[in-house]
Design a protein around this ligand. Structure first.
Ligand code: ZN
Ligand code: ZN
Length: 307
């Protein structure tokens, strides 16, 4: 049996219509899947809040440091968190205004332009206990308390002249597996508080493509190699750069931001080594970002050398 040539155009339009119908079914299926996924995320965070509410009910709140009832971190213990009065070059740890990497030799070892550290991080110190609770028990109310340390440190030390309003806030991302397991990214929560307080756009520009290895098992050189290509630019965020992804008060004007030619404030909880911040900063700069300033809650002590 052969097809009459007259039938061919009808057959082709029928085929085209079937393909369009199939495409729209696939799109609806994708939309349902995305909706389901966001509902699951919502349900998970709701359950976490419920869990934290029930724990508060069963075990009344007491300060993580002095055990005084009523608050998770009382004002007196909060004041005891030792602030970094002097910022340091993140590489050689000598004094440096605004944490700038100002020594030519140090610039060879980091892709950061500066690192602002809020507080001294000590094992079993108040900050370490608070961070542990924040990360592993999702103590929501610690978010604004801890981010206030970041905001104060930023205001006191940010030293890039006149360009503050060109900066965007980017959190260090978790790997998607870890995000699913934990249900939230502590750096993103801190970064959102910083963003709304400083009125700078929050932009989760980075994606973690593999989990970093355990620091303790690796030498410095091995760490530097292992952290290479841990992060990449999240193209989906870049392409959907609209008011919903840019949670910023003046979001509409940000639609035309050329994000990758901007300056980035990279937010993380603790900079134990510089490996994570370096890898993230390297990924941003490879994509065209001009300047990257790290902003972290804590870093371990290193007796500051005089310049
Ligand atoms: Zn206390
Ligand atoms: Zn230095």
């Amino acid at each position: 049996m052969t097809l009459s040539p007259k039938i061919i155009p009808y057959f082709l339009s029928f085929l085209r219509l079937r393909l369009i119908a199939l495409r729209s079914s696939l799109l609806s299926l994708r939309w349902y899947f995305i909706t389901l996924r966001s509902w699951l995320f919502f349900l998970r965070s709701w359950l976490l809040s419920l869990q934290s509410w029930l724990l508060d009910l069963l075990y009344p709140k007491s300060c993580i440091s002095c055990q005084k009832d009523g608050e998770i971190l009382c004002a007196s213990c909060f004041r005891k968190i030792q602030k970094m009065n002097v910022q340091e070059c993140p590489v050689c740890r000598r004094r440096s205004r605004g944490g700038l990497v100002c020594h030519p030799f140090c610039k060879k070892f980091t892709s950061l332009d500066a690192l602002i550290v809020s507080s001294l991080y000590q094992k079993n110190g108040i900050l370490s206990k608070a961070l542990h609770l924040f990360k592993y028990r999702f103590s929501e109310e610690l978010g604004p308390i801890l981010s206030s340390l970041l905001i104060d440190a930023f205001r006191a030390n940010f030293s890039f002249s006149s360009t503050q309003f060109h900066w965007i806030i980017v959190p260090i991302p978790l790997h998607s597996h870890r995000l699913r397991w934990r249900g939230f990214n502590q750096s993103a929560i801190l970064a959102k508080h910083v963003s709304s307080s400083l009125l700078l756009p929050f932009f989760p520009l980075l994606k973690r493509i593999r989990d970093g290895p355990s620091h303790a098992l690796l030498s410095r050189k091995e760490r530097m190699i292992a952290f290479d290509s841990v992060f990449e630019i999240d193209q989906s965020v870049l392409h959907n750069a609209d008011a919903s992804t840019l949670s910023m008060p003046s979001a509409p004007q940000c639609k035309h931001y050329s994000v990758l030619s901007k300056y980035v404030i990279l937010v993380d909880d603790v900079a134990t080594t510089l490996s994570t911040l370096n890898a993230a900063s390297h990924a941003l700069k490879s994509a065209g970002v001009e300047k990257v300033c790290g902003l972290v809650l804590g870093r371990g002590s290193f007796h500051s050398k005089k310049p």
